[in-house]
Design a protein around this ligand. Sequence first.
Ligand code: CTP
Ligand code: MG
Length: 227
Amino acid sequence: MAYQVILPAAGQGKRMGAGRNKLFLTLENTPVLIHTLRVFEQDPECAGIILSIHKDDEETFKGLLKEYHIQKVTDLVHGGKERQDSVYNGVKAIRTDGIVLVHDAARPFVTLDTIHQLVKAAEIDGAAIAGVPVKDTIKKAKGLLVTETIERSSLWAVQTPQAFLVSVLRKAHEKATEDQFTGTDDSSLVERLPHKVVIIEGDYDNIKLTTPEDIYFAEAIIKKRKS
Ligand code: CTP
Ligand code: MG
């Protein structure tokens, strides 16, 4: 049941518009990055965290790990241009087999329940991802002209964490690099190996802080959890 984590944290947070990496913004006086790290820090099953960071922010990251007594970060690796590059640099730092979870540092509300379900599923099937049923009606359009309404009952909004056997994730990244394929998540690289991927129904609270209004949602989630 032990697992390791790759935490991509090397983005620029452009859509948040804070002028710096959104992971340094605070919720309840604590940086978003630390909220996310604490979930894994407090889980006895988590064997170690590989944190992928932008090289210009290295001192800031190191300072925060020290200030908040985060012990489980085993490696700081430098991120790349795309999220996929940042994850791949993390994959290259893995030294043991078993299960690896990839989780966006920008999703601080992931629960241990979801994490453990994913690890268990990845042990059986090799690849498992967290997702929630889509609530909106989704349409395809050419420009602004609707071309198709997609049957909603088969649609999932996919999140992180995504859990994999180390060998599967490594192979998927190597093949994507070889083929110059870029995907928006790690599962898409695994799917094209091909390799099966199973969905674990997660939680609508597991939001990714992306645009400014997500800060309000995050504050509401914290308030709800405290009550
Ligand atoms: N990420 C990364 N390396 C990149 C881009 C993103 O490690 N080159 C990380 C981010 O730090 C974040 C996660 O991947 O934890 C999800 O990415 P996203 O929400 O897109 O964050 P940013 O890329 O920082 O935001 P934006 O796209 O608005 O600039
Ligand atoms: Mg991004």
